[in-house]
Design a protein around this ligand. Structure first.
Ligand SMILES: [Zn+2]
Length: 255
């Protein structure tokens, strides 16, 4: 049965992998029950592309931000540029921002500076943040404790213990197709421990393709596979899971 009211709060439709069929894919997934999508920026250019998508498609919104991998390349005035973009009526948050020690342990200082700069900007503008943490749990938690942002931990796959602290800090947990993978035990334990009203659903399209399509390009039309896995863990009907996660995202991002 088709699910309705699906909210994909994190995707990258500006990615070149969608250059051949972007408009068709967005139209198809919207007809297929995806009510809202938030496209995430990773630097100033992709943040602008996210806004353009949000202007073109009524059901698409944008978050703007500089990703940790791009932190060392951020121009000096990046915060002013982001603030200008955040004034756009369809920009609903700052993201994706955070720390990434998986791809590189160089530029850690720049990563910290740019993450903290954007946490302060989000606080000043009263906007939630979308947080990226890859192999940088300890430092990420330290900065989250210090700044106490409203927001969501994107693509959560950490321990249930860390999930509990994130929840205590008032944050939401975002789950991608990676919960359908073998070896997703930790993410599933965290989902099991999280209250239903703190769970968000996302694709991270074109990445994190759920099983049984792993290896193919991901789009929001595959989000039901993730939602069904989460519904199983939470012991609720998949449609109910989609509806609650959608309500959660609308509450957090003010949509
Ligand atoms: Zn992403």
């Amino acid at each position: 049965m088709m699910l309705t009211g699906i909210f994909d709060y994190h995707a990258h439709y500006d990615d070149p992998k969608f250059d051949g069929d972007r408009a068709q894919v967005l139209a198809r997934v919207h007809e297929g029950g995806v009510e809202y999508i938030i496209n995430a920026g990773a630097d100033l250019e992709t943040s602008r592309s996210s806004i353009r998508l949000a202007e073109e498609f009524p059901f698409v919104y944008a978050v703007v931000g500089v990703h940790p991998q791009d932190a060392q390349d951020a121009p000096e005035d990046y915060l002013a540029r982001l603030e200008e973009m955040a004034a756009h009526p369809k920009v609903v948050g700052i993201g994706e921002i955070g720390l990434d020690y998986h791809h590189t342990r160089e530029h850690i200082e720049a990563q910290h500076r740019v993450f903290e700069g954007q946490l302060q900007l989000a606080a000043r503008l009263g906007l939630p943040v979308v947080i990226h943490d890859w192999d940088a749990h300890e430092d990420t938690m330290k900065l989250l404790r210090r700044h106490r942002p409203a927001g969501v931990m994107h693509c959560y796959s950490g321990s249930a213990e860390m999930a509990k602290e994130l929840l205590r800090l008032g944050l939401y947990l975002g789950f991608t197709g990676s919960v359908t993978y073998k070896g997703a035990r930790r993410a599933l334990e965290s989902a099991a421990a999280a209250p239903l009203d703190r769970i968000l659903t996302e694709t991270d399209a074109p990445y994190q393709t759920p099983e049984p399509f792993r290896g193919k390009r991901c789009d929001s039309g595959l989000l039901p596979y993730t939602i069904r896995t989460l519904a199983d863990i939470k012991g609720v009907d998949p449609q109910e899971m989609a509806r609650i996660a959608g309500e959660n995202a609308r509450r957090l991002f003010g949509i």
